[in-house]
Design a binder for this molecule. Sequence first.
Ligand code: MG
Length: 408
Amino acid sequence: MVHNPAFAIILAAGSGNRCPGPERKQFIELKGRPLYLWSVESFARSPLISAIVVVGPPDDADTVGLMRTQLQSYPKVKKVVAGGACRCDSTANGMIALQDLAPLPETPVLVHDGVRPLVSQDLIERVSAAVDAERSAIPVLKPTATVKEIVDGRIVGTIDRNRLGLAQTPQGLPYGLLREALSYRRQHRLDLEITDESSLLEILPPERRHKIIQVGLEGDPDNLKITFPEDLRRAEFLLDQVDQAGGESFAPRWSTGFGYDVHAFAADRRLILGGIEISGHPGLAGHSDADVVVHALVDALLGAVGAGDIGRHFPDHDPAHRNRCSLDFLKHAVEIVRQRGFRPQSCDLTIVAQSPRLSPHIPAMQKRLQPLLDCGLNLKATTTEGLGFTGRREGIAAYAVATVSSRP
Ligand code: MG
């Protein structure tokens, strides 16, 4: 069955004051990755979702900027915008961002809490499939306990639990209907506390509301909303179960980058290669310390996360980089890789030089570079049998391949 492509709005704007700690709840890490990124990851993987808008905290440009960096490697994330004073304002900001994508009135928009990291592909699929122009789809869990009505600490009655459902997200609404409800709320200045998109439809006037069908789909008990520290522990436990079962639903993403660099010999310079000094041999010309090995490695790491090249981050006309130790560039490149949600997993380099003889120096280079990368590192050296510019001893070349993954 082919469905319309759907859009997702991930709300990561809340202040989350029930979970202790200095950070906002959506940025607390679950297995090394912020909670909201788990949600983004699930929607990004769904073939039914064609575009995602992420809504960050209001009045916090630094955090929204950091989120944009973290989300750069997700092509489906079209925009990261600041949220508003309440959930509806945040949803409204997400909807404004979706306008550029020219949605149709019946296009399903799935609004999801950034603090529900374990949303399954099955739930995303069922919610998207159930939405049409006049129909919303809301996942609900049936209460299993007996539900009491309590007033001032005293039980005043028992509520028929068969008539109740605990709403989850993603909540699926057609774009036109969600926009209509948001503008109705704005026009009538309704300041009611609205805690989900389904209740937004309930504020519409009765004659309009009667034409809308809200379908309650079966929710997923594992689709936890992380509210208290024990929820986080339970989420970790559930993820371990998925890992042990060899589940694919949280498979990490992998990426590879390539780097190449050349520097010419210069008699009056020290030779710095792979972060170490090799004495008794002319050095290499360059603006920084001209460590051609580290430069190739930096380009490979930047390439793996689509972050351009070394010249973009460390321009050679910048006086700050004159004679700079290239290991600083390497540390910065590893930081960029991490900011984009990846970690180096393995690096392989080949240094091409007719002289000096490099094999005795490889272990020292390895020892210097490996702790900065914190991953597998393989270093090799070769000559070109006297051929070409390296063979004529005019300079040194280096090739590097870096593989990174989002595995925590
Ligand atoms: Mg260079």
